[in-house]
Design a protein around this ligand. Structure first.
Ligand code: ZN
Length: 293
């Protein structure tokens, strides 16, 4: 099942399900049993998923997908946890030692945008903006000290993520990962959340990034060093994962920073992230004017 958060003409954001080329409000299709927003819906857990599945199968009417604006499937998670250096091919291109532990950092939810929304920055803040194709895991059940063997039961679904990174802030000006990773608009997610029953093996998915249609990253989640069950288990030992929380699982080789010469995103570029079965997440790049004093 493909779930979305979409915006209607009146500006209200709604939880929706996709059937064919139409989107259906799951709130209205269930006569209000399911809530209007994704995060509240995910708190219903597997039971909510069953209700949604049945409602979507029986839904009539709906709105053509190309007449609504899709937002990030989840706009307000309690946290987005990201994993650094988690693909064998990316560790090789970075010429870094093999990690002995999963490196984690966070992206603030305020950085989240959906498909087709512009990634924005100003030159006075950063001039080295890079892309990172990542498989994003969305948590569907409160997870605390979860074992690897049952970890996938705590997943609601998966989506594309672009872990946009300002490399000058992240690496050259005092190793400020938080600043380099959390600029507003630097966390595109979507276009939809694909529920876990439709993704039997998250450890065997092709993953790509394209810039202006040219393939820059082309790998598979089989190259993950720490796989999805491990990450859920490992993270949930340290802090509670809540329904709607997002885990960005790391990026494969082919980012702009490690090319010779490096390639940085430019005004007018379009970045597209594609993971097998999860659709295509495209965002234009927009450099805004510097502030004038
Ligand atoms: Zn990343």
């Amino acid at each position: 099942m493909k779930l979305v958060t979409y915006q209607k003409a009146d500006g209200i954001a709604m939880l929706g399900g996709i059937k064919g080329d139409r989107v259906y409000s799951l709130h209205y299709a269930t006569a209000g049993v399911l809530p209007e927003d994704m995060r509240s819906f995910l708190e219903f857990g597997d039971e909510g998923m069953e209700v949604a599945r049945e409602a979507l199968a029986n839904a009539t009417g709906g709105v053509p997908l190309d007449e609504v604006k899709l937002l990030s499937p989840i706009t307000n998670p309690s946290k987005v946890v990201a994993i650094g250096l988690n693909y064998r091919d990316h560790v090789d291109e970075a010429k870094l030692p093999f990690p002995q532990i999963a490196t984690m950092f966070c992206k603030y939810p305020s950085a989240i945008i959906g498909a087709d929304e512009p990634i924005r920055w100003r030159r006075e803040i950063t001039e080295k903006v890079d892309w990172e194709a990542e498989l994003a895991v969305v948590i569907g059940r409160t997870a605390r000290n979860v074992g690897e063997d049952v970890a996938l039961d705590f997943v609601a679904g998966y989506m594309n993520c672009n872990d946009v990174s300002a490399r000058d802030l992240q690496l050259e000006r005092g190793d400020q990962w938080l600043r380099g990773k959390c600029l507003d608009t630097f966390c595109p997610l979507g276009p939809w959340l694909v529920t876990r029953d439709d993704v039997p093996d998250p450890g065997n998915l092709g993953i790509r990034a394209l810039v202006n249609g040219k393939v820059m990253q082309d790998s598979t989640t089989a190259n993950l060093i720490y796989d999805v069950p491990f990450l859920i288990s490992y993270l949930s030992e340290a802090f509670t994962l809540l329904p709607g929380d997002v885990i960005a699982t790391g990026t494969p080789a082919g980012v702009g920073a490690f090319r010779d010469p490096p390639i940085w995103l430019q005004d007018g570029d379009t970045v597209t992230i594609e993971i097998d079965g999860l659709g295509s997440l495209s965002n234009p790049c927009l450099i805004e004017p510097d502030f004038q004093n």
